[in-house]
Design a protein around this ligand. Structure first.
Ligand code: NAP
Length: 523
């Protein structure tokens, strides 16, 4: 498609949960002239790319990891399982795009190669890799918090001659593991979801693990029609409740650990483990993520469970997490630890037996050689800031985002950046992102962005941007919240610690409901 200098009110980059809703809201509720661009071949964002076997929603219940604003949509979509599969989430987003007639305003397979701010015009011109140029008064970056793949750079890895896939860039055609020796690097959410599925089919799986993880049973099960009917009947109330309770609609237990004996607490952990491991985190006791002693008690409980499940004691030893429970993203699995009881699965602990190099047909570690036919990289993402830096927009006076964010991801509210007028981020650094339900978070952020736009237009103002002071105060505010917890003590992608050289900075807002109150206050 060739289009030159088309003028829009707003350009949206990305058509995942955030971008699709932004398109609907700005176009249909506000009457703006909007165009969305996406480098992918279809809608879905992270759900378009992450097609690895076993990929599922890891929220406690599917209907709440979905758009909340339209009761009709809630009524017409049947979620079949509590942890929806990737294919079903993608089908839902495709349905959403069709139902709200969004596809006609999205240009797929088109990357924005340049996004600038033109001070004189108070507009942002863009260029794409498809001979399309355009400009808009507002640029909405719905570029995804987990998009830029982290590729390990072991010596010789590019010489590996077998099939090689990153979980976040999984092929659309079916990948067959049958008769193959598969090496998997990475045991975060993606690796832990994929490994049991790969092991069912492959001849042999070798898991290369750097950090052992806390993973909890997902207890995925079908949703009953009665359950869905109940959610639908109470939808307005549930939606309000999600907004108030950090994205989750139901009352969580506010028990105080000190009011229970150790035996009683252990019995409670046991019960919550059976209900589904996520409840250990949200429904056990107040302070699990901030009180070291209580945190260690829950951690020890989970380690005990891993030991019970994994039959070989040496393998179980290697699987023992040793960081504070919950300070890396909690993982919900479907039979992950059980997989190590299979005869075709081996675990290499990279902390004692590091990878030295790849050959065309093997991984060589300090203690030996592991022949493989296929390599699966479940090595995660340059999270949150990475996708904005890939876009690398230019602000006032040609300031490039990579210059501004060289040492710290300064911004205001995770949504705006000083020096970048009229640019908005959905789920930027410091926004609640994965610490809240992302679809609802996107709706609420978009509503705020829409109100900013409305205000500017009503007041006949051309542009708005954050001040440097506001950014500094905001930085202090979100860090003060994070520092009340154990999160900053752990090397995780939340801290930027998974990417060599990335500034260490907490990348989220831990109190989603408070954050959205704050947005209203700022408005
Ligand atoms: P991740 O959590 O960052 O895990 C990456 C894994 O790769 C870690 O085990 C990491 O080890 C390892 N790794 C990275 N570089 C390595 C290297 N050079 N050598 C050896 N190991 C290396 O990434 P992810 O599993 O893709 O998940 C990212 C996030 O996406 C999740 O936290 C979650 O928020 C989201 N997600 C959600 C779902 C869902 O079900 N909804 C599914 C998948 C992902 P270290 O721990 O030592 O860094």
């Amino acid at each position: 498609m060739t289009e030159k200098n088309v003028e829009y009110d707003a350009i949206i980059i990305g058509s995942g949960f955030g971008g699709l809703y932004a398109l609907h809201h700005l176009r249909d509720n506000m009457g703006l002239n909007v165009r969305a661009f996406d480098g992918a071949g279809g809608v879905g964002g992270t759900w378009w790319y992450n097609r690895y076997p076993g990929a599922r929603v890891d929220a406690p219940s599917s209907p709440f990891y979905a758009y909340t604003f339209s009761k009709e949509l809630v009524d017409e979509w049947d979620w079949t399982e509590t942890q929806t599969s990737q294919a079903s989430v993608l089908a839902y987003l495709e349905h959403f795009a069709k139902r709200f007639d969004l596809l006609k305003d999205i240009q797929f397979e088109t990357w924005i190669t340049d996004a600038r701010y033109d001070e004189a015009a108070q507009r942002g011109p863009i260029q794409t890799d498809h001979d399309v140029t355009a400009s808009a008064q507002f640029l909405i970056c719905a570029v995804g918090a987990l998009f830029v793949a982290n590729m390990p750079d072991y010596p010789g890895i590019n010489d590996f001659a077998g099939e090689c896939y990153h979980t976040g860039r999984w092929p659309h055609e079916k990948v067959s593991f049958a008769g193959k020796r598969v090496g998997v690097i990475g045991t975060g959410s993606s690796g832990i979801q994929a490994i049991p599925e790969i092991a069912k089919e492959a001849e042999h799986v070798t898991v290369f693990q750097r950090t052992p993880q806390y993973s909890l049973p997902a207890r995925n099960r079908p949703h009953s029609q009665e359950e869905l009917a109940r959610f639908r009947a109470d939808w307005d109330e549930l939606r309000t409740s999600m907004r108030k309770r950090g994205g989750w609609p139901f009352e969580t237990n506010r028990r105080r650990a000190s009011e229970y004996t150790r035996e009683q607490r252990l019995a409670i952990y046991e019960e919550l483990w059976e209900q589904g491991g996520i409840h250990l985190s949200i429904n056990s006791f107040v302070g699990v993520i901030s009180d070291k002693e209580l945190n260690e008690e829950v951690g020890a409980f989970v380690r005990g469970k891993i030991r019970e499940i994994v039959k070989d004691p040496q393998t179980a030893d290697k699987l023992m997490p040793d960081y504070h429970f919950g300070t890396k993203r909690l993982i919900l699995d479907n039979g992950y630890f059980e997989t190590y009881n299979r005869p075709n699965v081996a675990l290499v602990d990279l902390r004692e037996d590091p990878i030295e190099a790849f050959t065309p047909s093997s991984v060589r570690t300090k203690n030996g050689e592991h022949p493989i036919d296929m390599l699966v990289l479940a090595t995660g993402f340059d999270a949150v800031s990475g996708s904005m830096l890939k876009l690398n927009p230019k602000g006032r006076d040609g300031l490039r985002l990579e210059q501004k964010w060289g040492e710290r991801f300064d911004n205001y509210l995770g949504a705006t950046i000083a020096g970048f007028p009229n640019l908005f981020m959905i789920h930027g650094p410091g926004a609640p992102g994965v610490f809240f339900t992302m679809p609802l978070g996107g709706e609420l952020t978009t509503a705020w962005i829409g109100n900013c736009i409305r205000h500017l237009r009503e007041q006949n103002l051309g542009a708005m941007e954050a001040t440097a002071d506001a950014e500094a105060n905001w930085d202090r505010e979100i860090n003060a919240i994070a520092e009340q917890t154990l999160y900053p003590l752990t090397n995780s992608w939340y801290m930027g610690a998974n990417i060599p050289g990335k500034p260490r900075q907490f990348l989220g807002h831990l109190r989603g409901s408070q954050y959205f109150d704050r947005l209203l206050e700022v408005a």
